[in-house]
Design a protein around this ligand. Sequence first.
Ligand SMILES: [Ca+2]
Ligand SMILES: [Ca+2]
Length: 376
Amino acid sequence: MPKIFAKIIFTFTVLFSQNIGDDWDQGSYDTQLLSFQVNTFSTGYDIPWGMAFLPNGELLVTDISGSLWRVSKNGREKRQIGNSLVVYYKGQGGLLDVQVHPDFERNHLIYLCYSDIQRKNLSHTTVARAVLNDHSLEDFQIIYKAPEQLFTKISRHFGSRIVFDDAGYLYFSIGDRGVREQAQDITLPNGKIHRIHDDGSIPEDNPFYYQKSAARTIWTYGNRNPQGLAIHPITRNIWESEHGPRGGDELNIIHKGHNYGWPVITYGINYIGTKITDFTHKEGMDQPVWHWTPSIAVCGIQFYSGKAFRPWQNNLLAASLKFERLHRVVIENGEKVDEEIIFNAGSRVRDVEVGPGGLIYVALEDPGRIVRLSPL
Ligand SMILES: [Ca+2]
Ligand SMILES: [Ca+2]
């Protein structure tokens, strides 16, 4: 009998934490190739920053404020996953991305990146992993942490996203931490894409592994503030999006050891309108596949693969914070050939993810919520 009462109380708690009546995102949208409808999927976040699906179809959601959530397949139940993270929740800092280990069904490992605190107000991007056991984290382990002396009071440009490639390597991004020149300095982790093993050990074939005083986790450099990482469904290349300054938001294909130019080359200018550099091109520095000028404030990206939106197969979905919309970018042979705004959300779009059934999940701000797109 007590067990039944506990269950009833629990059910009520879950239902009332859902704000099920808040269906402000209902609506249908017509686009070039198809029409879809939008439904509220999950509510009650400050800013839902990152999303990752578990193999069983449940969704993990990070809230920038530091909480981690496990949302049922239909979105009706949302339960907090206990964690002991101490995150620097300030400016652009907080709990950032979440990713699921490719072999999750066997090892139950999930990965988190966040702005970590070292003494009072000093912060940097850290990556951790833990075993997800129902609604708690066990065997919590920090697998990447910057040297202590690099933690600063600056609360911007932490990055950060996490992605695994097919060989099981983990890539994560760190922004330039507000000191632009550091993106070119390979002794520092700032303004870089990093590559590590799933346990945090550093692969010996990283490009600067044997270079004296280099940060050995570096995979690419000259990346300003990357907040999007995704694997192309066919080529399996890693694609990255990064915030430019005023103008010059970039979409890049990430290649081992390459220099993506920031701040030596850019299509952007300073926020106050002054020049950063005279150069948009330089030998030895990669050109972006595309740059958004003026900036759309590009955040999360994900390639579409699934059956539900078949005409969008292999297109890139890109979140725009500034213009509060979702873009669909058509890529052919590594180049952008078309772009369409498919969803004017009316709220900053933080992240986009594709669910197991091929439906599209979009993380929105103010109020923090997740909506689901399904074809009509
Ligand atoms: Ca994700
Ligand atoms: Ca660049």
